[in-house]
Design a protein around this ligand. Sequence first.
Ligand code: ZN
Length: 68
Amino acid sequence: MEPTERQAVADAFGIDLGNKSIGNGMTAIMLKTCTGCGATHYAFIWFHEYRHSCYDISLRALGKEAPN
Ligand SMILES: [Zn+2]
């Protein structure tokens, strides 16, 4: 991601880019461009490996950026 886009996405989803710790879970953003309308869809996920190979995963938000 370009730095400006990265910051814009972080701001939109309330992510602290300075926090690199994964000990208490971490956030992830997935992007998918819709082949139907060209919009970019974002999924904001939080996941935590609370025990070896055991994951706690939750969907925090969905977002959409309209095509240009
Ligand atoms: Zn679409």
